[in-house]
Design a binder for this molecule. Sequence first.
Ligand code: ADP
Ligand code: ZN
Length: 615
Amino acid sequence: MLTHPLKLLRQYFGYSQFRDGQPELISAIISGRDALGIMPTGAGKSLCFQIPALMARGVVIVISPLISLMKDQVESLRQAGLPAAFINSTLTVNEYRSIESEALKGTYKLIYVAPERLENPSFLKILNEIRVSMVTIDEAHCVSQWGHDFRPSYLKIAEMISMFKKKPVVSAFTATATPLVKEDIVKLLKLDDPVTVVTGFDRKNLYFEVDRPADKCEFMLDYLRKNSGKSGIIYCITRKLVESVHEKLKNAGIESVRYHAGLPMKERKAAQEKFIYDQAGVIVATNAFGMGIDKSNVRFVLHYNMPKNIESYYQEAGRAGRDGEKSECVLLFSGSDIIMNKFLIENSDRDKDAAGAPRTDKTNELRKLSQMIEYCSTGSCLRSYVLKYFGEKPGECGCGNCGNCISTGSLADMTVQAAKVLSCVKHMGERFGSSFTAEVLRGENFERASEYGFDAIPSYGALKEFSAPAIKDLISSMAASGYLTIDESVYRTISLSEKGAAALENEETIMIKHNKGKPEKKRAAAKQPAKPTSAENAGDMRLFDILKALRRELADKQRVPPYLIFSDAALNGMCSLLPSTAEEFLEVSGVGQNKLRRYGKIFMAEIEKFVKSKK
Ligand code: ADP
Ligand code: ZN
């Protein structure tokens, strides 16, 4: 009889229930169906193939594009007591031989390989000698040229699978959900009528905030002081900025490491390791950092600059809180971010795109940039903005867990200015985007304006005293408040909504949530702490720190990243449950049998010591 998946979830991983999408995918796989799981980062895709691996006879081959991740993934399984191995170019000949012979003996439940390995005849020979119950393709979007990380060797996977005498189950996982990529995955990996599960893209544990501080550096230092001891990433748009921010932190006595493509490989690697092993709390980096980072206890991602589009932002910010614990994503926005991004788009060399990858045109990139700017300028729910961007339909009332939902920045009476904008948009025939509208309102670009006769409309120059970005912000806020409609085409044409037309006609009072550009107010929002973690609920941060230190000590001895021993979530669980028996220790989410055996005594001893000291 097969062991029930839920029992294995408890026994090996120490979790009490499945998350969204996991049960459907696991049942499909164990019934022998092909499967496709499209779930956001941190949703728990790995368990969807790891649990079936435990249940099947034979081995699951996991194809994963990132050599740097394989070691951690395998180590994480070993910590849970699951026999697994990886095969890639970092192995010595002897290591390879030993893994090969163990594989032939049937020691492993899972073997991770890079896609290129499938082109290696001796590896294919081994595959034919061992019983392969399933082939799992992780980061399956790599097979598609429409995705962002196309890997030609992914195209060979289907062919390799077709060589098995008995076709194994094929399962594929990704966080990229665009229809073209999804179609490619099914077609190019030759999935056979797969059970497909797409879960929502919301990351509930992440708090989103946009700030427009007068002094970014001062804001950042303040933020870091408030979040000291936590692990976080600071993203900067250029290498030069990484250097200067890193320097500023050093001068302020805040320890950090830096990472960008201009540094020697060795230095980059060392910085990354220090961060992953919790030896450095903060890493300052360009977007070159992050691929292949599975660190689960990143508590904040601070963007020093606005990234070029929402996809990049959500991916980078999404590196926070993989363990499901509360984490923050804060973006510092300024007008110069727009200029820098435009410059990068205008000057990017299209021909340098990955071989064969589709060339995205600049108009498209500029359109995406304008949506990113809109995210930074909106006065309404940030999470809803992102979810809508990805084609989801969030609730109407806001999320209650983003800067704009929580912010005290109240509605302001903007009747005078807003009426001018409405009038201007109307007189311009509702045919133009925000840049030209702002120019007309500022009384600029006379040549073009007079060509259309806009120099003669009442609103020409009516908002002279406002800067162009401020007017664009106002336009975004008016759109967010439902007075204007911005169409989704390339041109992002602005028109009056019904509400806007009525307001103009009836000279109504127009209240707009328009708190951008007022750093003091936003600062107040930033100070509002994220909801307390359970360790804080337990009334003491100190036990968490003690357990964290113990975790690090054990991790250093084994030379593995600390979060593989226990996640922050598990440590928080210990702080609130204060377990003193094996049964109680197992109650902690993330503690399975193997971790109880390996670490139960030593952690419970620390907890007991702490509890006694409090009496
Ligand atoms: P993904 O690959 O989708 O980004 P992972 O598989 O790495 O996500 O899982 C993210 C985190 O969530 C891991 O720490 C994992 O142990 C945890 N996790 C997965 N499934 C569950 C579950 N059912 N209950 C609690 N935690 C889970
Ligand atoms: Zn919100």
